[in-house]
Design a protein around this ligand. Sequence first.
Ligand SMILES: NC(=O)c1ccc[n+]([C@@H]2O[C@H](COP(=O)([O-])OP(=O)(O)OC[C@H]3O[C@@H](n4cnc5c(N)ncnc54)[C@H](O)[C@@H]3O)[C@@H](O)[C@H]2O)c1
Length: 356
Amino acid sequence: MVDFIGIERIQELVARRGAARFIEELAGEIEADFLRWSVFDKSPRHATHSPVGVIELMPASDGRLYAFKYVNGHPQNTAVGLLTVTAFGVLADVQTGYPLLLAELTLTTALRTAATSALAARRMARVGSRVMALVGNGAQSEFQTLAFHHLLGIREVRLYDTDAGATAKLEHNLARLRLPDLQVVRCGSTAAAVQGADIVTTATADKRNATILTPEMITPGVHLNAVGGDCPGKTELHPDILLRPDARVVVEYEPQSRIEGEIQQMNADFPVTELAQVLAGQVPGRVSDRDVTIFDSVGFALEDFSSLRYLLRIHHEERGTQQQIDLLPDLDDPKDLFALLLPETEKLSSRPGVPA
Ligand SMILES: NC(=O)c1ccc[n+]([C@@H]2O[C@H](COP(=O)([O-])OP(=O)(O)OC[C@H]3O[C@@H](n4cnc5c(N)ncnc54)[C@H](O)[C@@H]3O)[C@@H](O)[C@H]2O)c1
């Protein structure tokens, strides 16, 4: 039997843990794995593109556990009542190759993306950052707000989305969350939202080289958390922002980000730092209060590896619906797979010719 975490169970787990504590614990797991970066078997994810979206497979292993995530990105889906991003994944034992857990990763992706954004911002944003602009108020936006409120101390979020309904939904959900001391400000444009912000999070979905942020919007010292550009031909930042002399760009895994990140717009020798180096303290995330720091996030398999391991642990810790599924055959003789297709009465009690 294989442990199973579906939507109901993840709702239960987040409710039992509390969303803020869940994100904080997840951030701890992700950071711990980035700190042992060299032990991981890493590769850029395998992307299968179509005119309307992408389906990706994301594997990672530390030699003891193996994980993969299936994830899609279809920006036009919301127009027909479907999510832009859905995901599920598997955690397996490297020793036997047997899966240990099959889990939903749609909610978990939003939680882990927010956790990773906050981890990067803790090292890259100016100390004392309190105001965040949030451009793109769709599925990821509440999670980003929660993480930055809880882990960074953000006390004002300035919202903008081309779809006013998405902003109204976010406002409504944030009002229900009642995050202590959080001021929510609705803005009429990206430029208005960004003005005066210490941190700018972009989480828009559009399958093109969009320019959500343009050079004149950027002030010295700001931290950009660019989440939405995560595919070839799908970016959010004007290239001149990356080319500023005071810009410092951090990516998760350089070989993947060169293909998918904001830096796909740059030459192959454009200087970047990997998040693992920043988290390990080998390279500073920020040198001066005037640096423009950019976390060019695309989402890396290690974050899902950490998430699946964390999910399995709390699934066993927390009471409630402990579901398992019969994904794997349980055989008396592992060489007699065919026995599964025989009626009970015709099965051998032992191998022929072998004394019982
Ligand atoms: N980096 C990562 O690890 C990671 C993880 C998950 C999702 N993503 C990406 O983040 C993006 C957002 O994901 P989501 O699940 O919230 O999608 P979503 O479709 O639910 O929300 C996206 C929002 O962006 C808005 N938008 C589109 N163009 C805009 C513009 N020009 N200005 C302002 N708003 C605009 C849309 O109206 C929509 O409300 C997607 O591109 C997704 O692929 C990245």
